[in-house]
Design a binder for this molecule. Sequence first.
Ligand SMILES: NC(=O)c1ccc[n+]([C@@H]2O[C@H](COP(=O)([O-])OP(=O)(O)OC[C@H]3O[C@@H](n4cnc5c(N)ncnc54)[C@H](O)[C@@H]3O)[C@@H](O)[C@H]2O)c1
Length: 321
Amino acid sequence: MLKVGMVGMGGISTSHVRGWAQIPEAKVVAVCDIREEKAEAAAQATGGTPYLDFDEMLKCETLDIVDICLPTYLHADFAVKALDHGLHVLSEKPVSLRREDVARIYEAASRNQRRFMVAQVLRFWREYEVLREAVRSQRYGRLLSGQMTRLGNTPGWSWDNWMRDPERSGLVPFDLHIHDLDFLIYTFGKPQNVVCHRARTTEQDYFHVIYEYPGFFISTEAAWYDGDYPFQAAFRFQFEKGLLEYKGGKLTTYLPGGEVQTLENEKDANVNGINLPATNGYYNEIRYFTDCVLSGKDCEKVRPEELETVLDLIAVINTKG
Ligand SMILES: NC(=O)c1ccc[n+]([C@@H]2O[C@H](COP(=O)([O-])OP(=O)(O)OC[C@H]3O[C@@H](n4cnc5c(N)ncnc54)[C@H](O)[C@@H]3O)[C@@H](O)[C@H]2O)c1
């Protein structure tokens, strides 16, 4: 049984707790958060021992894996510390705010012969996997254009308001847009050109970026709006012979001649459509990482050079926007 220690038991950690609970070969045996109530609540949910200090957890427990759900600016240092302690590490996105940390972390993984993976969840999200497959197989012909959206409200819920601090979160590019950008780099590689517009005040941050590739372009937008704006993630990809749209949690294909296919989860199977298994990206990424640990293989689905390219492009956006 793989013993898992989690650190940072705030917002996203609950999705990881649910994911680990579905992995028969692993168990969360320890949870750590500097806020006692968060550590205690996570201990109740997992049955793991609560800790208020990461070093103490490493000292007292014999772990195999550390799962990092900490604020962004802490990911790299905690990852290197855990790897140097001889543990495998799964870390929430983004890998870091600093490009040089990518090499630092992977060097630590290499010298300790341990697995490291950033949980870029869209790479494990069924609807985005279907889109990627359509691009690669050219099922609907050549790609002409794409549109990706990720919008929400300005966060007010994070511990110590760290998300509103550019030095600790990197704001919208690192918090929201990185999901779509990472998927683009994973699927299409580095774009030829980037066109960016940004509208920003202290209370909100919207930007629009067009990534230009040979023969097609992808228009993206991401925002933290001031107000109770509902979160939404969507895409719309235009192929020569089909339009693939993900909207309101539903994937639909519009084909020439008027045929419309709705890609449903298995529980609402649509006999005429292409049905999707009911999956969860957070579970899928944890399952994949566990399989890499068990097999001793590198987590090749998330490569360091892709993470570096993403950070390079965010640097470009931050300069232009
Ligand atoms: N993949 C996704 O869909 C997704 C969604 C939300 C957040 N995230 C990422 O997850 C990370 C955490 O975000 P969140 O929304 O859960 O933030 P959060 O503020 O809700 O949680 C962070 C937790 O870390 C704890 N913490 C801070 N310093 C600590 C330390 N030194 N030792 C132990 N615990 C410490 C805080 O008390 C807090 O409970 C961020 O990097 C964010 O980008 C990913």
